[in-house]
Design a protein around this ligand. Structure first.
Ligand code: IPE
Ligand code: IPE
Ligand code: MG
Ligand code: MG
Ligand code: MG
Length: 352
């Protein structure tokens, strides 16, 4: 399997990732400058030195694809909120403020792409489900930032919900988003059986055996000496299960077979764990301006993170390995899963 991308790219060879850069051949070359040639970047560090960020210049086609998904999800969220007429004015303002923050929309994009990989198209069910998972994710951020949890002042480049409004409004805005998501699934999915499957999937991933379990363990682990099993438990539950869920919900919307559903879910779990490791790494290595949220918070709160427990180099190696494993899992889909390969690579390179 070979994923050739103009600009920068990744080639999978025997389950190893090879990074490369491409350039147009000079006009003096035998092909007369009509083809693009590949220059292997010898080390991952060479590759990482390239100025790449998730929505900017990772790879032109990928960033266009992601921007398209972001536009769709933003429109869906806006429309769903506008069509709910009886929301209290102050609560509506808090919901709009929170939803309109420039989130990367990775989980919702993954959901839509998984549907496309399975069925060849992104149907309306996938768009509704994408809005639902984005609402649940956003609700988790509003609550995660509260003083009783991570006590953060900035999110998505703006004051957090409780800073902009007040704590009670933020608690209620988080609750509202969480519940609204399930209302949308119950009311707007085409087939009742599909709606029930999506509700079950999202509730399981976000609930007490998923994200909430991870958030609880994350808080209990503050000021505790971290171990690899504890880390893996926290990160899998608080983050990776929502990525697995996004891919699985997309598979359901696309009418996947059991094999396709398992395959996509497995991919989601791997990139989700890698995503949280990268989040831990960025908390140490990036600036608050870059992230749109306060950097350096994990060390101050004495959180159990990958860099704190296994060190920075090992953390980077683990996230690379997870991306490789994710790419290997979607092999059975062939070229149809190129967008998922690009996503795995882009997440490895993300700078925010
Ligand atoms: C932040 O998620 C919370 C984590 C699980 C690390 P994102 O980095 O996806 O946040 P947004 O949605 O882009 O703001
Ligand atoms: C948050 O993890 C995970 C969830 C919101 C479920 P973090 O606490 O590390 O996320 P950030 O760094 O605040 O975005
Ligand atoms: Mg947290
Ligand atoms: Mg936090
Ligand atoms: Mg973090």
């Amino acid at each position: 399997m070979n994923t050739e991308l103009p600009g920068f790219g990744v080639l999978q060879y025997n389950c190893r990732i090879v990074y490369f850069q491409t350039e147009t051949c000079p006009s003096t070359s035998p092909c007369g400058g009509s083809t693009v040639r590949r220059i292997n970047l010898k080390t991952v560090e060479d590759f990482e030195k390239q100025d790449m960020s998730i929505a900017e210049n990772v790879h032109s086609d990928f960033s266009v694809e992601l921007a398209n998904r972001q536009r769709v999800i933003n429109t869906m969220l806006e429309r769903m909120l506008a069509e709910a007429h009886d929301i209290d004015r102050d609560l509506r303002e808090a919901l709009r403020y929170t939803l309109q923050g420039p989130g990367k929309r990775i989980r919702s994009a993954l959901l839509m792409w998984s549907c496309e990989v399975v069925s060849g198209t992104i149907n309306t069910d996938a768009e509704v489900a994408a809005a639902a998972i984005e609402m649940v994710h956003t609700s988790s951020l509003v609550h995660d930032d509260l003083p009783a949890m991570d006590n953060d002042d900035f999110r998505r480049g703006k004051p957090t919900c409780h800073k902009k409004f007040d704590e009670a409004t933020a608690i209620l805005a988080g609750d509202a988003l969480l519940i609204f998501a399930f209302e949308m699934l119950a009311k707007r999915i085409s087939e009742p059986a599909v709606a029930v499957a999506l509700v079950a999937e999202l509730a399981e991933a976000a609930g007490p055996e998923g994200m909430i379990a991870g958030q609880m363990a994350d808080l209990k682990a503050e000021n505790v000496k971290g171990t690899r099993p504890l880390l893996e438990y926290i990160h899998t539950n608080k983050t990776a299960k929502m990525f697995r869920c996004a891919a699985a919900m997309g598979a359901i919307c696309g009418g996947a077979t059991k094999e396709q559903y398992d395959c996509l879910g497995g991919y989601g779990l791997k990139i989700g764990l890698g995503f949280q490791i990268a989040d831990d790494i960025l908390d140490v290595s990036a600036s608050s301006e870059q992230l749109g949220k306060t950097a350096g918070k994990d060390a101050k709160a004495d959180k159990v993170t990958y860099p704190a427990v296994v060190g920075m180099e090992k953390s980077k190696e683990l996230s690379r390995r997870l991306a490789e494993e994710a790419i290997a899992i979607v092999e059975p889909f062939g070229r149809k899963a190129d967008i998922l390969r690009q996503l795995a690579t882009a997440l490895l390179q993300r700078k925010k």
